[in-house]
Structures are given as C-alpha cells and as structure tokens.
Design a protein around this ligand. Structure first.
Ligand code: SAM
Length: 226
C-alpha cells in the first residue's frame, strides 16, 4: 500500500531532528529509520504521536522505545549485514524490524505472549521473513542459534546476564541497559576470545528485564513507563 506524503515527511523529520542532529552517522541505520513505518507498531490510540521524540506505551505496562534510543543502540551494534542477531524484549517489534533490515537474521525474544503475538502479526504484514519472534525468558539467551554476532537487550538488567556473554560470538557486540529499575547506563560489550571490553555510553531509563538473570519482578510504579 502506498504511504501518504505526510507519514514519509514525519519520518524524515524524525531522522533529521531527533537522530542525525544528535550524532547518529551510520547511513544504513538512518536509512532503516527513514523507511520502516514506526506508526504501524504503535497501538492505534497513539498512532498520531508515533513519530514523537518519546517512548510510547504499548500495553501490558511496556513501551516502544524513543526513536533516538532505537537508533543509538542499533548503531552501537555496528551491523554490516551478515550477522545473526539476538534481541531480548520484542515489545512492539519495531526494533526487531530495524535489526531485520540491517542483519541477515534476527531472533527476538519476548516474555509476554500477547505482545509477541501482536509483533509477529505486524512483522508478517510487512514481510519481514528474516525475523523470528519467540516467547521465552530472554535473560537466558537462546542457545539454539548461538553464537550471535550481535545481541541487544531492550529492557533494564541489574547486571549483564552471563548466558548472553557466553552466547556472543568472538568479535561480537552486546548492547544493553544495566543498573537499577529507576535508571541505568547503556553499555556496549565487545568480545575478543575470552576477553570482554565494556564501554559505558549514556544514561537511560528502560522497563525492567524480568527473568532468571534479570529482576524477580517488575516493581515500578506504573508512572515510570519511560
Ligand atoms: N524493543 C521493543 C520495541 O521495539 O518495541 C521495546 C521493548 S520494551 C522497552 C521491553 C520489552 O522487554 C517488554 O516488551 C518486556 O515485556 C520485555 N521483557 C522484559 N523482560 C524480558 C525477558 N526476560 N525476556 C524477554 N522479554 C522481556
């Protein structure tokens, strides 16, 4: 279906005003953000603000991340196109779609079955046949298809889950928010053999990673939905 000029322009403004102007340079990331229709991943009641400079609620006390954070985390993975990528926290499926555009194959794990189902439907409608969504506790990773050239966690972990480090390929990149439920630091880990280098990138505020290697429960007051 042909898109309206209004939506195309809204995405162009999002890329210029929120993403490129804040320092994202990877042209493949900018192109993916320019072409993937974010609004179809947003629940209908919020679709009119799908291109706003903000995270938005997607139900079940979860969010679709702010466009700039999606772009930043994607750029940090340094994808070239031949990677197998693991994403933890499918949510709406928007980040999985961006990764699907930039990598060979994406496995995306979500713990809430209703969100996984909804994301699968949207990704299928957009013909993303290299993105697979699975219902699982992603804090344990996904041994079946490991090792991964890149891993992204889009929920806040109290510490880096050990299985994710183990499932990262030699030379691979792992990007995730680490810290308290109220606020975290976005970190990038790079693996060289048995050594892992860590960079601390920026303060962020994600919903919690709940699971075996995450938090026991989601204790946030509802108003902390950023
Ligand atoms: N990447 C998503 C998008 O593009 O819409 C946004 C993710 S949202 C900020 C975080 C997601 O992580 C939520 O959907 C939440 O249910 C999920 N999550 C939390 N803990 C998880 C776990 N252990 N395994 C899988 N998903 C988890």
């Amino acid at each position: 279906m042909k898109e309206s000029d209004e939506l195309i322009q809204a995405r162009e403004r999002m890329v210029e005003d929120q993403i490129r102007s804040r320092g994202i340079k990877d042209t493949r990331v900018l192109d993916a953000m320019r072409t993937i229709p974010r609004h179809v991943f947003v629940p209908s009641e919020n679709r009119h603000i799908a291109y706003a400079d903000a995270p938005l609620p997607i139900g079940h006390r979860q969010t679709i991340s702010q466009p700039f954070i999606v772009a930043l985390m994607t750029e940090l993975l340094e994808l070239k196109g031949d990677e197998i990528v693991l994403e933890i926290g499918t949510g709406s499926g928007y980040q999985a779609a961006i990764l699907g555009r930039l990598a060979k194959r994406v496995y995306s794990l979500e713990r809430i079955p209703e969100l996984a189902e909804q994301a699968k439907e949207v990704l299928y409608a957009l013909s993303f046949d290299n993105v697979e969504v699975l219902v699982a506790d992603g804090s344990q990773g996904l041994l079946e298809y490991a090792p991964y050239g890149a891993i992204m966690v889009t929920a806040a972990a109290p510490r880096v889950p050990t299985p994710l480090k183990e499932q990262l390929a030699d030379g691979g990149r792992l990007v995730l928010p680490v810290g308290e439920q109220a606020g975290q630091i976005l970190e990038r880990w790079k693996r060289k053999g048995d050594d892992f280098g860590r960079e601390r990138v920026a303060p962020v505020a994600f919903v919690p990673l709940v699971g075996e290697h995450g938090w026991d429960s989601d204790e946030r007051p509802f108003s902390w939905w950023v």
